[in-house]
Ligand binder design. Sequence first.
Ligand code: AFP
Length: 314
Amino acid sequence: MDHAADALRTDLMTITRYVLNEQSKHPESRGDFTILLSHIVLGCKFVCSSVNKAGLAKLIGLAGETNVQGEEQKKLDVLSNDVFVKALVSSGRTCILVSEEDEEATFVEPALRGRYCVVFDPLDGSSNIDCGVSIGTIFGVYMVKDFTEPTLDQALQPGKNMVAAGYCMYGSSCTLVLSTGSGVNGFTLDPSLGEFILTHPDIKIPKKGKIYSVNEGNAKNWDGPTAKYVENCKFPKEGSSPKSLRYIGSMVADVHRTLLYGGIFLYPADKKSPSGKLRVLYEVFPMSFLMEQAGGQAFTGKERVKTCFLPVVV
Ligand code: AFP
């Protein structure tokens, strides 16, 4: 990339401009998705700013703690959930929200209902917050046929029915990766402009990768084929080089690296977690959507993730 030319670039493709361009390709579109996305983007900016300030503001403390002003503090993941729920409800384009932080789905009040159901993990990788490692928000969007009377089964749809998915990674930079079903694009937040700018157009996962990514601490509980696969990454047949191991423990960061550098990320089911640890609806389905849109694959080990309900490997 020519950084000098980049610095002089004045014709910026912001995420809003990008989505409006896409919208204009569908004359029947009423702009609902554009509005929904602008509210998701607002949530991402808010959480990014909170993550950046977390150390200073002591947002990383336990929920229920009080700060020096005697105000109750919210843990970062609780705060992020509040931010996204409010942003999504106020968009007027959602009818059901399913969040990793809430035990029950949120049914939006009738006056604010719209035709989308959003499933999301507001702050995934939260065990990494206290040490400043990359974390992220993951989201998937379904369309609901009859949004006047939404029911829970409209949120419990297979991944293949998703109409859009993405994640925002809060790392050394803040990057929002999005697919609306025709490829994957990455946008980086320019803090001076407060805008996400298209920096990674049409992401395609490299055909071959030299990295495998897995929590090997679980190896003693893996089944035979999984153990054999990982063994082969380390001790390949004569003539091939071993793969490198990279594991962050924050799915957004591990998937982001896999999308850009190639390779495999897996969280296999094991004796301790027979259905795997990753949450199907708001972790595995959105990431599988993105992987496939970027030319990659997502498997449970037995079948394509997007057509099933119990995936264990991405
Ligand atoms: P937390 O949000 O509890 O940190 O979980 C993160 C996560 O769901 C996913 O982002 C990681 O890939 C995975 O769990 C890490 O799990 P291990 O810590 O068991 O490796």
